[in-house]
Ligand binder design. Structure first.
Ligand SMILES: Cc1ncc(COP(=O)(O)O)c(C=O)c1O
Length: 397
């Protein structure tokens, strides 16, 4: 029998990040590869109490089907938080609860993209979004990400043909950890205003700022042209799969139809538990604890890097989020060194999958939130052994 798969799945590549999982069964392996929050940050007791409370007070309803848009008190909570953090007015009717913010990529692409429509993306870009958009077979225009945001010349060029969508992560971007300055956001908004391009502003890490000051979302400068995404994965729990999107009514109507067709609604029981947890606990206090933990892990990684890495290796020094981005000297491929690193019992994510055009071979992503300080120090020493040797070899040629 011949398996006659659709073209869209035949064209989809396996995620390299998922491929790395097979190495993690080895107890001696240290991993800087995943985008995993620190499990010590998960509010196990608070969620347990919330679950019991929901089941005791309203168990049968909590186990019933519910609305596609999501549980209203949860959407009201999110709306109030935007108001509190930025003075941003978002009506709860403009919020759709999704199965993680990851689902929003699929819904948006389903609603907007025809084959070969253009999506403007950062360079490098978040793999999960590319994987999701990829099913709708768009073409990409890449705009280089610099230490203060998007390269505006490249953006102006990319917007010339009025592309349908543009996707950005302006706070502590995955994979680089970089953030957009206020000026850069303003300039992006000004350029986008001249187009019909819908901006997807993804922000799963914005709450995790441990240095510097927050910048306001680009949505506040563009409003209806923006679909904003948010997530509880990095501030409560990724396993609960609770995320959301914010969109104006005309777009929302279509997205709700796509959501209904996709899964009727996000897990209602989990929405109820999460809402109960959020109402009964001080989330700011909880986030503060996460930030203290991540800042010390980030400091540990940067200090080990200074100690052990060859000085020709450059890394970002993010003010929040979960990742560092390292650049090896030109010509050294982090993918080719991956197996050698596995032999040394250390894994990371090579940079090239984050670029759609096969560039970035000398870059890599390092996650610091899911290892202890001791593991970070040992892991960086192991990496230094592999990278410094490759650099020495190249220099001696
Ligand atoms: C930039 C970015 N967007 C979206 C997601 C998806 O998050 P979730 O579906 O858990 O909300 C992630 C996950 O790591 C991410 O890094």
């Amino acid at each position: 029998m011949q398996l006659r798969f659709a073209r869209r799945i035949s064209k989809t590549k396996k995620s390299f990040v998922r491929e790395i999982f097979k190495f993690l069964g080895d107890p001696e392996m240290i991993s800087f590869s995943g985008g995993f929050p620190n499990p010590n940050s998960f509010p196990v007791d608070g969620i347990k109490e919330a679950a019991i409370k929901v089941l005791e007070a309203d168990g049968a309803n909590a186990l019933q089907y519910s609305s596609s848009e999501g549980y209203l008190p949860l959407r009201q909570y999110i709306s109030k938080r935007y108001q509190k953090r930025f003075g941003l007015e978002v009506d709860p009717s403009e919020i759709l609860i999704c199965n993680g913010s990851q689902q929003a990529f699929d819904l948006i692409a389903k609603v907007f993209l025809e084959v070969n429509d253009t999506v403007v993306i950062e360079y490098p870009a978040y793999l999960g979004a590319l994987q999701s958009f990829g099913f709708y077979e768009p073409s990409y225009k890449e705009v280089k990400l610099t230490s203060s945001g998007l390269d505006l010349k490249q953006l102006e060029e990319a917007l010339k043909d009025n592309p349908k969508l543009m996707y950005v992560v302006p706070n502590f971007q995955n994979p680089t950890g970089l953030s957009y300055s206020a000026e850069n956001r303003l300039a992006i908004a000004e350029l986008l205003k001249k187009t019909d391009t819908i901006l997807i502003e993804d922000d799963p890490y914005g709450e995790l700022r441990f240095k510097g000051v927050d910048n306001k979302p680009i949505k506040m400068l563009l409003d209806e042209q923006t679909i904003m995404l948010g997530s509880f994965s990095k501030i409560v729990s990724p396993g609960m799969r609770m995320g959301w999107l914010v969109a104006k009514k005309d777009i929302m109507d279509k997205l709700v139809m796509a959501k209904q067709a996709s899964d009727l609604h996000s897990n209602y029981f989990t929405q109820r538990i999460l809402t109960q947890y959020l109402l009964d606990n001080d989330i700011d206090e909880h986030i503060k604890k996460i930030k203290v933990m991540y800042l010390s892990q980030r400091e540990a990684m940067l200090s080990s890097i200074k100690k052990y890495f060859d000085p020709s290796i450059i890394t970002t020094e993010p003010e929040g989020g979960m990742f560092l981005w390292a650049t090896l000297p030109e010509g050294i491929s982090s993918m080719s060194l991956f197996q050698e690193a596995v032999n040394e019992k250390i894994v990371y994510v090579p940079g090239d999958p984050f670029y759609v055009n096969g560039e970035g071979i000398n870059t890599l992503r390092l996650n610091y939130t899911n290892s202890t300080k001791e593991e970070i120090d040992i892991g960086i020493q192991r990496l230094a052994k592999v990278f410094n040797k490759a650099i020495k070899k190249t220099n001696s040629r």
